[in-house]
Design a protein around this ligand. Structure first.
Ligand code: HXC
Ligand code: NAP
Length: 278
């Protein structure tokens, strides 16, 4: 929770894709509370209304843009409107995503395109449109939201895993390409946390959720606040020398699960002593 005096993002302009729900909402709220002007960008105005309302009540500066990140023209038009209003964009959070569980052999071409379009194309169109303005001003920060299956892989989500792997490569590529323009590009890779989108599409019943939780060494899902706090950290001044990094926030879930239960002990079987009992 930011203190009332925390204005670490004062006078800065942030764009958060998917900023009206789930993690995006929490990051947007955190930036707005700390003084940033936050533009939440996604397809559905109904997803924007709660934060706009909350912002009015608190005196935060939050605006909304209707954007489909899959469409380069939609993203470019939104970028033009934001730049016309503010003349700058200091931070971009590529948080929008689409996902569902489907065996690879049954995935339709539309289904593949839907997820690749949102996650991989969308991250690039937004990075390019807002990145150009950052390059002109010789400063900016981009934060991409990926998932640890970008490098571990995960059965059932080949579309999302492939797209997130692309976003991770994009993060590292742009970090180096745009460093000379003063633009930092990082990523976070959260483990599971609750959001309506994830619940509907990934763990629709308590049994599925329990099975996932049991594979997390810390024994629980992350909270959205915990993940958002790390996003703000990577966007903030304390991270000025960090670029091309991907911060894992998954309670140990992506580390080797091993063949044995953690802490397992077995009775050591010694060879029988010469001439005596075992
Ligand atoms: C198989 C499916 C499907 C499903 C959709 N499709 N859901 N196929 N199983 N469960 C297929 C459709 O049949 C269609 O193909 C194609 O995908 C496009 O579907 P539409 O509904 O027309 O697409 P659209 O309206 O654009 O919706 C996009 C979406 C949707 C990705 C399908 O789920 C969405 O908007 N999601 C946003 C929220 C979300 O997913 N959040 C979760 C984030 S969690 P056909 O061939 O029939 O035309 C996350 C990481 C979690 O990303 C990591 C945990 C560790
Ligand atoms: P969420 O609440 O379902 O958020 C997804 C957001 O993406 C929505 O606000 C949606 O807004 C937006 N979006 C989807 N398609 C879009 C499009 N074509 N154009 C513009 N915006 C679009 O999901 P979440 O769980 O908070 O996920 C946030 C991020 O964390 C994602 O990148 C996800 O992959 C990642 N992540 C989540 C988990 C988890 O366990 N939840 C774990 C690891 C990583 P509209 O519907 O209004 O367009």
């Amino acid at each position: 929770m930011a203190s009332r005096l925390d204005s670490s993002f004062a006078d800065e302009v942030a764009v958060v894709t998917g900023g009206g729900t789930g993690l995006g909402l929490e990051v947007s709220r955190g930036l707005a509370r700390r003084g940033a002007t936050v533009v939440i960008a996604s397809r559905n105005a109904a997803h924007h209304a709660p934060l706009l309302e909350e912002a009015r009540a608190h005196g935060w500066r939050v605006e909304a843009e209707i954007v489909d990140v899959r469409e380069a023209a939609s993203v470019r038009a939104a970028a033009e409107r934001v730049l016309a209003r503010h003349g700058r964009v200091d931070m971009l959070v590529n948080n929008a995503a689409g996902n569902f569980v489907c065996p690879a052999e049954r995935l339709s071409s539309n289904a593949w395109r839907a997820v690749l379009g949102i996650v991989l194309d969308g991250t690039f169109w937004c990075s390019q449109a807002f990145g150009r303005a950052m390059i002109e001003r010789r400063q900016g920060r981009i934060l991409n939201v990926v998932a640890t299956y970008a490098w571990t892989g995960m059965p059932g989500v080949v579309h999302s895993a492939s797209a997130k792997a692309g976003v991770l490569a994009m993060t590292r590529t742009l970090a180096v390409e745009w460093a000379r323009f003063g633009v930092r590009v990082n990523a976070i890779a959260p483990g599971p946390f609750h959001s309506d989108g994830a619940q509907q599409n990934l763990w629709p019943d308590p049994e599925a959720e329990r099975a996932i939780r049991e594979r997390i060494p810390l024994g629980r899902f992350a909270t959205r606040e915990e993940v958002a706090a790390q996003c703000l950290h990577l966007l903030g001044a304390d991270s000025a020398y960090i670029t091309g990094e991907c911060l894992v926030i998954d309670g140990g879930a992506s580390l080797g699960q091993g063949l044995w239960e953690p802490g397992a002990r077995f009775t050591r079987k010694r060879a029988p002593a010469e001439g005596g009992a075992a």
